[in-house]
Write a protein that binds this ligand. Structure first.
Ligand SMILES: NC(=O)c1ccc[n+]([C@@H]2O[C@H](COP(=O)([O-])OP(=O)(O)OC[C@H]3O[C@@H](n4cnc5c(N)ncnc54)[C@H](OP(=O)(O)O)[C@@H]3O)[C@@H](O)[C@H]2O)c1
Length: 344
């Protein structure tokens, strides 16, 4: 609902899960004008009540299904592990509730595509919570690219990851929770390249390392975007990757100081800058809150405008990224499945 005097949209938010990112994003939702922390759900009623008390939610539910069925919400944020995203997001869409789904939307491109199709059929808003695209440095990056100062983009490079000791019970190593590096950190460099080139690559080449339980521990990707345009990307749970990125164009380049999902600084080296040994532009814009506020504000704008897809993070882009991740996982021999039993 939009207040005619202030132009502020009131959005009653529901949050599914009480883990680490649910807490961080709930704090940022609270910073957005018009946002109301209305309901939180956990698989455990006590955990939901404690989370509601800590973060100021009006009500709590001891099951995800109960929150969805109770209604009275304008948007739901799905913050469960990857494998548990799609079934919960589908339940929200079936109930007519707009949904913001943590990254990656699903563990497979088929599940991601299925959700996008359902949302389109029902006319309900769905967006992947790819917060990187909404941060001020990323917004400025898109403006610089469209200004043409670095010419036509020929290549994108970037990686992301950290060394995490092997523990098959940890979310990032557990196949039942969508564990593995590609679906977790890999989604950021792939989405970064996809955002720059648009559409889908013509070919995906990948090499990597599997953990002893078969999940992907490390991957290097070479994506062919046609006409010689390429992306060289990496993702790892075995090493501390700096997470920096470079976009190289026919007239210059942009260097993105890592980590790619929350870049601290951009250096633009337009034509002539190389000669002067000074970047032609340096961008280091601050984020609001922990950096998720910009994404939540965007969701409010989309809802106020009655959109069913975000123009910045449309589901077609999420599906394109999921297809790349599918192909890379296939090349490595890692298998991922979405959990159809998560609506409890
Ligand atoms: N955008 C970002 O910066 C960012 C950062 C970190 C993570 N993420 C994404 O957020 C998602 C969750 O990550 P997280 O770090 O918050 O994980 P986490 O701390 O392990 O929390 C996940 C929560 O999901 C719920 N859950 C539902 N089904 C579950 C299952 N089968 N096994 C375990 N937990 C289950 C649990 O809440 P209840 O017990 O209350 O039901 C749990 O607390 C992931 O998809 C990840 O990609 C995004």
């Amino acid at each position: 609902m939009t207040d005619q005097l202030t132009g502020t949209t009131t959005v009653r938010w529901g949050v599914l899960a009480t883990g680490s990112i649910a807490a961080t994003v709930s704090r940022d939702i609270a910073l957005v004008p018009g946002a109301e922390l209305t309901a939180v759900a956990s698989r455990d009623a006590g955990r939901a009540a404690a989370f509601a008390a800590e973060h100021g939610f009006a009500r709590s539910h001891g099951s995800y299904r109960e929150l969805v069925e109770a209604g009275g919400l304008d948007a739901v944020y799905v913050a469960t592990p990857h494998a548990q995203h799609v079934v919960l997001a589908r339940a929200c869409v079936e109930a007519g509730i707009p949904v913001l789904v943590e990254k990656p939307v699903g563990c497979t491109a088929a599940a991601t595509r299925g959700l996008a199709e359902l949302a389109r059929e029902r006319g309900v808003f769905v967006m992947e919570a790819l917060w990187a695209r909404f941060q001020p440095n990323h917004v400025r990056l898109r403006e610089i690219l469209s200004s043409g100062v670095i010419g036509e983009v020929r290549s994108v490079a970037g990686d992301l990851g950290f060394a995490l000791p092997y523990d098959p019970a940890h979310r990032l190593w557990d196949p039942a929770q969508g564990g593995g590096t590609l679906l977790d950190t890999g989604v950021y460099p792939v989405s970064f390249a996809q955002g720059v080139f648009g559409g889908s690559p013509q070919a995906v080449h990948a090499v990597g390392v599997l953990a002893e339980n078969g999940v992907d521990a490390e991957a290097s990707l070479l994506l062919d975007w046609g006409g010689g345009r390429t992306a060289r990307l990496g993702s790892t749970l075995l090493a501390h990757a700096g997470g920096a990125g470079t976009i190289t164009g026919t007239k210059g380049r942009i260097e993105v100081a890592g980590p790619l999902h929350k870049p601290s600084r951009l250096e633009v080296w337009a034509e002539g800058a190389q000669r002067d040994d000074e970047p032609s532009e340096v961008v280091a814009l601050p984020v609001t809150g922990r950096g998720y506020v910009h994404m939540v504000e965007h969701v409010h704008e989309c809802l106020a405008a009655g959109l069913v897809e975000s123009p910045v993070m449309p589901m077609t882009d999420s599906v394109a990224v999921a297809e790349v991740l599918d192909a890379a996982l296939d090349a490595l021999g890692a298998v991922h499945r979405d959990d159809d039993t998560a609506l409890v």
